[in-house]
Design a protein around this ligand. Sequence first.
Ligand code: GLA
Length: 662
Amino acid sequence: MALIPGLDAIAYGGDYNPEQWPEQVWKEDVELMREAGVNLVSVGVFAWSMLEPSPGRYDFGWLDRNLDLLHRAGIAVDLATPTAAPPPWFLHRHPDAAPVTHDGTRLGGAARQSFCPSSPAYARAAAGITEQLARRYAGHPAVVLWHAHNEYGQANATCWCPVSAAAFRDWLRGRYRDLDALNAAWGTAFWSQRYGDWAEIQPPVLAPTAVNPAQQLDYARFSSDAHLANFRRERDLLHRLAPGVPVTTNFMLANCKNIDYWRWAGEVDLVANDHYLQAERADNHIELALCADLTRSVAGGRPWLLMEHSTSAVSWQPRNVAKEPGELRRNSVAHLARGADGVMFFQWRASRSGAEKFHSAMLPHGGTGTRIWREVVELGAELGRLGVLRGTTVTADVALLWDWESWWGLELDWRPSRELAFRERQEAFYEALWRDHRTVDFVHPEAPLASYPLVVAPASYLLTATAAEHLHRYVDGGGTLLVSYFSGIVDEHDAVHPGGHPGALRDLLGLTVDEFLPLPAGARVRLDDGRTGDVWSERLVLRGAQALADYADGPAAGQPAITRHSSGRGRAYYVSTRLTGADLAALTGTAAREAGLPAPVDLPDTMELVRRRGDAGTFLIAVNHGDTDATVPGSGVELISGAPVAGGFRVSAGGVRVLHES
Ligand code: GLA
């Protein structure tokens, strides 16, 4: 099944903002798009004030002409609703729809995303322009995809205004029905917070000291849902008025903490993601792989669309380091390897004005004489040769539990250590597996696990009783589970699971935590097998588990540090300190072996290897992030060069190869 029914190639293109340019430029745009192999562009993402210059007065002439021009050139359109950037008239008329920050500051409008997600005035205005676009462009032959809004929650994830407060109370009434249930869930007996009337409830705004954590969790849920309601409204209008064309929006996996994308996964017709490298990080290609795997996981394993990445530097990091020659290609193919069926950029042509004029583009300020342009044209040609990958899927053998609620909970105020960090642990375990060439799916803790020989639970602080039972069944059925410290501690209301830590996982792990022993900044503890940990340690009492390594020093000297517990037909590992690098890789390696995974392939850990499979066979995608050439075993046909391969193929330093295996 094609990702986008109206497009029969790997999608290639980017955000196209013709409204920023005189119409004479459009002809050149389209000619150059064809030269680069562009087949899909996202149009109108921020064009609201050009489409509706004053409330209810529309100007679609320029968009009609632009879409017709694109269509004549054979370039398909991902048409956006421009609702992420309300025009100046909107806040002028509705000043109370401007977002308010945590400390009560009302924000201005001379930017984008300046609206409160719960504002009824915003909802009406956004529905108005969405309806007009849907009616006008329903059936337009260029439009193959709808792009609702842009990056929901990117700059206005959480609003703290009185309108949001009222919407929060409504949301709470829906969740708890009566105040007693809310008081119990929020533990309001603590610090005299018992509510006697719904009207007394406020958002968890800045307060003299730590704010009720359960209230903060619910505000995070409410805020994610407020954006989801805005998406649903637009999607439903588009489905009704312009049927037959899929609707999506661009997610920000895994860098957006504020949106619970598991709740959004089933709401979009296809999953699209934006990814930007953290330019100064040496290992940013591993972070890219994590985000791509998380995107595929949210897409339920189906192909997805890379809606945005950059050809080179971005414009919003402290130092906007440019990509090296060849890096744009490696990044693009790495996304493709992990299930993307399209590679798109922000943006087509670099802007002359505005906040993002120093952001790279497919067509730089310097035009077609530039390195970036040459690489863009080469990539377009290569993607044209990889069309056979479309619709194929990736099979993972390891699952990492990932839960936005756990992320929110873990990083609230007054945890036992400020160094308990969700992303850090996810990335550490992911990296250890990546370097062993393992392919990873991310799963919600309550999602099916039976197909994974190995499941890893990094930083799973918040775990419901249902999730814990589910993990127990997985292990008893023969699975291998690896759990990191400070997991299974609280339920969905941030209330401690009773009976001693880690309450949700105690029986499964065969131990209790007698005391948390967080370490001072910079301190390290040695284990008796030579490994060292930092940040965290615990005094464990084994109740059936067996110690694999003990603490050699530190506050738990002589006590177990890493354990293994047999349960049913499976086993559960536990690590009570923060291991990194090779020390952590040794542990994931042990668990992988016991899970029955094949030994890691004997290739440098800078060689990224992923397989996609489909009716046409299997495809081995190799991306060499190292600075020496390497040979990957395999036979078949290399698709970029068209060369036959017998026994092995060479991937040059910094190069990419795609083998159609025989
Ligand atoms: C985001 C937005 C784009 C653009 C890029 C710049 O992803 O969706 O409009 O601002 O960032 O990197």
